[in-house]
Design a protein around this ligand. Structure first.
Ligand SMILES: [Zn+2]
Length: 140
């Protein structure tokens, strides 16, 4: 397995842990590098809600190996099984977009939520700015 071999070399820094050996024996794919453990675990929860089992790795490297700098190799990262990677990537993209909106001070929850047409009562998908049923503009 080519992918597993590359993972192994990437993370052989943690290979004194038998657990990490067993994790790396699976064909996992990194889908996200988090800013911190909290973000990594939050994303893992998001993926779990979609039925994707994700693993957070590297969150203990910085504390266990204090001499390591905080680089993408030592930041917590989120990994999923190879088969789930395409679907997970889409979820991560949405997650990242939402985070960026939040960072920019926008209101992602409001802009991404379905809305109810005040005229006909239809539940309208967030990407529509007008009601698909009666063309009433989305209320502010
Ligand atoms: Zn309507």
């Amino acid at each position: 397995m080519k992918g597993a071999a590359s993972l192994f070399s990437r993370f052989d820094i943690a290979s004194d842990s038998g657990f990490r050996y067993s994790v790396f024996s699976m064909d996992l794919v990194q889908v996200y590098i988090a800013r911190d453990s909290m973000e990594a675990h939050f994303l893992r929860g998001v993926l779990a809600e979609e039925g994707i089992a994700a693993t957070v790795m590297g969150e203990n490297l910085a504390t266990a190996r204090g001499r390591l700098p905080m680089t993408p190799d030592t930041l917590p990262s989120v990994w999923v099984a190879h088969d789930e990677a395409p679907r997970a990537s889409q979820i991560v993209e949405g997650f990242v977009a939402t985070s960026r909106d939040a960072d920019a001070g926008n209101a992602p929850a409001a802009s991404k939520a379905k809305w109810t047409c005040p005229t006909c009562g239809e539940l309208v998908e967030p990407q529509f700015t007008d009601c698909w049923n009666c063309q009433t503009p989305r209320p502010e």
